[in-house]
Design a protein around this ligand. Structure first.
Ligand code: NIG
Ligand code: FE
Length: 401
């Protein structure tokens, strides 16, 4: 199946820097991959096409890649939001047994159907704003049975919706109540159930939360060793609320990404640069927790660490379903340029998932596109509260809003 999209303004993001701009562009997909992209005037003559679409000057970019979400969970935490507005901190609420643990209770109590329905609605919201590849973490089940259940639901979304879903096992997210005071025993258990989750094909990567209110670097290392034994890549929620040296530890394991990173120091940056680990910035969580310490963007740039941007959609620290708002906040709060922000949610998001076949528009890449009713890609970071997405193309197939 050969499909041509013509009369487009195209930002390919191919090449080290710049938008990869094509003013009067055309793009052809052959099956699931891009076969040709360039100026319409240079289109090869005599093409035999199965379908042709006139985009009438619309903007085409690579499909957005949301490389960090916790999409499958029960309930919400609006009451905690109120408590935080009255002065309670995220850490205080977590230590008092709320936070992640309250979502674990709601998730365990929810039926498969309810978890699937709410996650589907969230995934559709992301798809409607240009997302074509989505990562979903477990981490609100925290038992062999419930972690498997949440990962199966994530896989099912990938089968039933047009977008591509990558799953990450985040059993080391918090200590569940039945292991209160026995974090090491819980890590033993989580490492022991990982092989069966992997054998069932439920795990693309393994993540952990290395923090004062979660797991120590030593416990994180055990999780990473278990992943390594299975040949699974790792990622880490690192230096979100304090500098635990998590980024350097993750880099030692060749981590795909370290995420959050507000408290990242020079040693962590150097280690990530050496390992080629992506820095995933999450402005939604920074904003919603009213953090004041920004991630070290200048130093990450200087060290040439690829910077990605994601929603971190979750009920506690980032209940956002707008990837475009994250592009805006990456610029306003973290001082990325609009081009860096878009690259962060396309090419660098793909790297953070270990998916080199997407994130730019070039021959041979997966034909994952987003079509926008704006003139220039800098507008994707400029407007907020507006969704100019006209539709997406995923693996060569049109998916109209
Ligand atoms: O990425 N930092 C840890 N995990 C999530 C928040 C989880 C929650 O509060 O439910 C995050 O921000
Ligand atoms: Fe997260």
């Amino acid at each position: 199946m050969k499909t041509l999209w013509r009369r487009a303004r195209i930002a390919t993001l191919a090449g080290e820097a710049g938008w990869g701009w094509i003013e009067r562009g055309a793009l052809m997909a052959d099956g699931e991959a891009i076969a040709w992209v360039g100026a319409e005037a240079d289109l090869p003559r005599g093409l035999v096409l199965d379908a042709e679409h006139d985009l009438d000057g619309a903007l085409v970019t690579p499909g957005l890649i949301d490389c960090h979400t916790h999409l499958v969970y029960g309930g919400h935490r609006a009451r905690e939001f109120e408590l935080r507005l009255q002065g309670a901190s995220y850490e205080e609420i977590a230590r008092a047994g709320g936070g992640i643990r309250s979502t674990v209770a709601a998730t365990r109590a929810a039926s498969d159907e309810a978890l699937l329905a709410t996650a589907r609605e969230r995934a559709l919201a992301l798809l409607g704003e240009g997302v074509t590849t989505l990562e979903i973490k477990s981490g609100y089940g925290l038992s062999a049975e419930h972690e498997a259940r949440c990962l199966r639901i994530a896989r099912r979304l990938g089968r039933e919706l047009p977008l591509a879903v990558r799953t990450t096992c985040l059993s080391a997210h918090a200590v569940p109540p039945e292991y209160e005071g026995r974090a090491d025993d819980y890590i033993d258990a989580a490492c022991a159930w990982l092989p069966s989750l992997h054998a069932e094909g439920l795990v693309d990567a393994v993540d952990a939360f290395c923090e004062r209110i979660a797991f120590t670097p030593a416990q994180t290392r055990r999780v990473f060793d278990a992943a390594k034994t299975l040949g699974l890549p790792v990622k880490l929620h690192a230096e979100q609320l304090s500098d635990q040296g998590g980024a350097a530890l993750a880099a030692e394991y060749g981590a795909l990404s370290c995420d959050h990173l507000e408290f990242l120091g020079d040693a962590g940056i150097a280690a990530m640069a050496r390992a080629g680990t992506v820095a995933v910035l999450l402005p939604g969580a920074f904003y919603f927790l009213r953090e004041t310490k920004r991630p070290p963007v200048d130093a990450l740039r200087a060290a040439r660490v690829p910077i990605a941007v994601a929603t971190d959609h979750n009920p506690g620290s980032s209940p956002v379903l707008s990837p475009l708002l994250m592009l805006n906040m990456a610029c306003t709060l973290f001082h990325l340029t609009p081009e860096e922000a878009l690259r962060g949610m396309t090419l660098h998001g793909a790297l953070a998932l270990g998916l080199p076949d997407r994130g730019t528009l070039a021959p041979g890449q997966r034909a994952d596109l987003a079509v926008w009713g704006v003139e220039h890609p800098n507008e994707l970071a400029y407007w907020f509260g507006r969704n100019p997405c006209r539709g997406t193309v995923i693996a060569g197939r049109e998916c109209v809003r």
